[in-house]
Design a protein around this ligand. Structure first.
Ligand code: ADP
Ligand code: MG
Length: 449
């Protein structure tokens, strides 16, 4: 029997020892100190007699399960079995996964890409919820899950969180994370050049969860597409979970077989949008907390400054924070807003002079884009042709600046803050399915930068 689960079970017994008096412990629990096997998230513990088994199951099972949860952090189950059971048991006792297995299926996942480390906000809530459900019940919720969105917005992180979660839940899960470039390389190397079809087949089909990152790189690669199509079909037929990320919706993938893009639409699609100001702040705070930084000493203005300046790429947002911290340490200076500006001067998104994100400028650019007079964005008019650009301008203001809802309301014709919240909510909802709106927003952000 493997040491790992034995150790866990012994720890559970130790906790029980502390909870009950010696006599009871020695009579009841001590005879259960032999773990028969660990299988399908369940401890099978050997007990001397049927009578013993009945007594434990009647009086102590609840407490035992609570303690298992405490010791292992998982909701593992427990069964008590007699020698009679063991004699007739046809399953081979499963030990903990061997190191080779762990290397194969855990090795290419980054441990810090977990759900716990993922900040959830309006921009990514749907994608997050679906991912979590899929990680809990791979193959049963939505297959494939197709996550799309711009660079640095958290697609890879979320996808790997699914793998990490599924492996934590059941260490026997075979999870394969692969970048699309690597898949193509493997196909060319292993199948086309070396003709080792079996090796390739084993790698990509004998798995439970396939995480394939940045599928847009399959564009134009016909043979690789065909191969991927076959793998997709096979895994899908066996209810193995497939998760795909991409920089665009499935139907917009270029130079891609229709058969494939239509398969991508079978399950669920979720996009990740630009995080709003509060989400960006939360991400920075989480980052500081996870690095065990004493972030109390960093003035909130600095964190807010960074969150204001880096709004469209979370990797850059985090990079900016690191840079400021590093800069302060290196120059041995106190944290100040001047220092932050100095540290970031060379990496601020291009032309990002502070004025660009002024509300008046956002209004001007949006009005020009939709060819409406800029005054109409602050007018009381309820004509559709003005309402929509107005709501988009409000959305952009909220996304790109740190102005509060009341402040935005004031600058858009003295409107109530609930009107602003409603407008932003509406745009967020539309963004879920309206691909053209998403394109418009991207173009507008580019113009504003
Ligand atoms: P993408 O794959 O979309 O280009 P990544 O998943 O590589 O983006 O994310 C870029 C960086 O931002 C990573 O370090 C990731 O951990 C971090 N990140 C992205 N989204 C979040 C989030 N919601 N919460 C915390 N960190 C995030
Ligand atoms: Mg990525």
């Amino acid at each position: 029997m493997s040491n790992h689960y034995n150790d866990l079970w012994n720890n559970v017994l130790e906790v029980l020892r502390a909870q009950y008096d010696d006599e009871l412990y020695n009579d009841t629990f001590l005879p259960c100190n032999q773990l028969y096997k660990f299988d399908k998230n369940t401890f099978y513990v050997r007990v001397p007699t049927e009578f013993h088994k009945a007594r434990i199951e009647q009086f102590y099972i609840k407490r035992i399960i609570e303690n298992i949860q405490k010791v292992t952090g998982h909701n593992y189950d427990v069964k008590f079995v007699t020698d009679e059971y063991i004699k007739n048991d046809e399953t081979i006792p499963i030990s903990e996964p061997d190191p080779q297995f762990l290397k194969l299926y855990r090795g290419n996942l980054k441990a810090t890409y977990s759900f716990d480390n993922y900040v959830v906000g309006p921009s990514n809530r749907l994608a997050y919820m679906l991912s979590l459900q899929i990680a809990e019940r791979p193959g049963l919720v939505a297959n494939p899950l197709y996550i799309f969105g711009g660079v640095g917005l958290g697609k890879t992180h979320l996808m790997q969180a699914i793998g990490n979660f599924a492996l934590d839940n059941n260490p026997q899960t075979r999870v394969l994370y692969v970048k699309t470039e690597k898949f193509i390389e493997d196909f060319v190397q292993i199948v086309v050049r070396e003709k080792k079809d079996l090796e390739f087949k084993t790698k990509y089909r004998d798995i439970d969860i396939l995480l394939i990152d940045d599928i847009q790189f399959l564009a134009g690669k016909e043979r690789s597409q065909l191969e991927f199509f076959k793998i997709f079909e096979e895994l899908h037929n066996m209810n193995k979970q497939i998760v795909i990320t991409s920089d665009r919706p499935a139907l917009e993938l270029k130079d891609m077989m229709d058969r494939l893009t239509s398969r991508f639409e079978w399950g669920m699609q979720a996009d990740i949008k630009y995080p709003d100001f509060n989400t960006r702040l939360d991400i920075l705070k989480k980052k500081m907390a996870s690095e065990r930084m004493d972030f109390e000493s960093i003035p909130p203005e600095i964190v807010e400054y960074i969150a204001t300046k880096f709004s469209t790429n979370i990797r850059k947002l985090e990079g900016a924070l690191k840079r400021v911290l590093f800069y302060a340490t290196m120059n041995n200076e106190e944290y100040s807003i001047e220092l932050a500006k100095e540290a970031l001067a060379s990496i601020l998104p291009e032309n990002n002079v502070e004025n660009n994100f002024e509300i008046s400028n956002i209004q001007r650019v949006v009005a020009e884009y939709y060819r409406v007079p800029v005054e109409m964005l602050s007018s009381k008019s309820r004509k559709k042709e003005f309402v929509y650009p107005r709501q988009i301008a409000m959305y952009l203001t909220r996304t790109l600046t740190n102005h509060s809802f009341p402040k935005i309301g004031k600058d858009f014709g003295n409107r109530d803050h609930t009107t602003v919240m409603h407008a932003i909510d509406k745009i967020n909802k539309h963004l879920e399915f309206d691909v053209n709106l998403k394109k418009d927003i991207d173009k507008l952000i580019k113009k504003l930068k």
